[in-house]
Design a protein around this ligand. Sequence first.
Ligand code: FAD
Length: 385
Amino acid sequence: MMEKAADVVIVGGGVIGVSIAYHLAMKKAGRVVLLEKGQVGEGSTSRCAGGIRTQFSTEINLLFSLESLKTFEQFENEFGVDPEFRRIGYLFLATSSKDMQIFNKNVILQRQYDIPVELLNGNEIERRWPYLRTDDIVGGTFCPWDGVAGPSEVLTGFTAGARRAGVKIHEGVEVVGIQAKGRKVESVITKEGEISTGVVVNAAGPHAAQIGAMAGVDVPVKPLRRQIFITAPFRITDQGIPLTIDFHRGWYFRQEVDGYLLSGPLDKEPSFNLHVDYDAMAEAVDHAIYRVPTLQNARIARGWAGLYEISPDHHAILGRVPEVEGFILANGFSGHGFQHSPAVGKVIAELIVDGKATTIDISPLSIERFSRGELMEEPMTAFRE
Ligand SMILES: Cc1cc2nc3c(=O)[nH]c(=O)nc-3n(C[C@H](O)[C@H](O)[C@H](O)COP(=O)(O)OP(=O)(O)OC[C@H]3O[C@@H](n4cnc5c(N)ncnc54)[C@H](O)[C@@H]3O)c2cc1C
């Protein structure tokens, strides 16, 4: 039976929704209900590559990474689930001095936060990662703090923690409307009935704009398909391999069990298309063989497609909206939502319960930045990774 009333209703059961649910419960936010139209995690979260990094270009993204790292480090203690967090490092490769300038600037900022990022020249990269083609490499950066974790393990930890703390999670319940009285949220309408509430959180991932429209709010988030391919068991080398990004191509690869995960292209046109296509596989393989020639002996075993939730400046859109009181956004992560989910849950719970996010000042991520023309730049974006 679905509740008739709640203090907070969260729309969307991806890693963002369940993290917010967990953190709200920890802060004793009252009756918290999460509604998921399918199964928890079935959206972008289950299609995510699990990458976690501190190598961003803006202070706000760095703050979300550093705060989230604290949770990934002690996840098992807090949630009783091993998140499979492995600090394999991220290696960014530059093939032009223009890209190297971006890296140099990033490193200055990252070191201000004591992030142990290394600035490397082409010779050093060739020496340390000899399986890489390096004749076109100008330089790069490597950070040993970065790594990967398991999206389904992290999702399970948050979900089980939220349930244990009393959050009601309903799967198979689609939100079809949001009622407001005057300029204040009053209820959420689903196919299973209506829940009266004063607070609704939009955690619908690539569907954020649709939920925004239900409340009369224009949430500028577009779904862009990204494809991923996995090789059959194959060994490039016995040494550990970092998540390696060919920055100018926006191509990356990392180890995945006994084989490798290769990124495919990111669509340019928004859609909810989740098909995997041959051309995308061919492009991923071309990029792979170019950078790691020995991969020409590997075979692609499978692939999948998922949706990035892209905002106009590739930064999240977090917090209240001017149009409707009680409508809260946790959207637009632009391909970084998994790694920032712990901090997002924390700050949104603070905003709802305490009236203000204190762990990180989220005002730069307000939706009002778009109408004010205060867009941010993040060159280390999903388009590159
Ligand atoms: C191929 C790929 C690789 C990625 N790699 C990385 C990575 O390495 N690192 C990283 O940090 N991030 C990565 N991401 C991004 C990351 O997956 C997302 O940022 C993150 O999962 C977003 O979580 P979410 O909870 O906002 O969205 P989702 O997981 O999509 O959850 C939203 C949920 O809302 C539900 N929903 C929608 N509409 C309704 C409705 N009307 N009623 C009820 N429920 C509704 C959906 O069913 C869905 O389950 C990747 C994404 C893709 C596609």
